[in-house]
Design a protein around this ligand. Structure first.
Ligand code: CA
Ligand code: CA
Length: 72
């Protein structure tokens, strides 16, 4: 069983309005807060990569699933 505490903390950090979903807008805002440039298209692509049911929003489960798959 992987330790998901760190993922949950990261998710909560990105989920600015704490509604349990990460939107492309929240992702773009985070990138901007971190001093990164992020276009709307880049944010949408990032969300699409994590979004498993295609509703355009990333749940904690989808986020953890993505992180688990993409971390050695
Ligand atoms: Ca949110
Ligand atoms: Ca989704």
């Amino acid at each position: 069983m992987p330790d998901t505490t760190e993922y949950e903390a990261t998710f909560a950090f990105v989920d600015a309005d704490s509604d349990g979903l990460i939107s492309a807008q929240e992702y773009a805002d985070l990138m901007h807060r971190l001093g990164d440039t992020c276009t709307e298209a880049q944010a949408l692509a990032a969300i699409e990569a994590m979004d498993q049911d295609g509703d355009g929003l990333v749940t904690l489960d989808e986020f953890i699933g993505y992180m688990s798959d993409h971390e050695a």
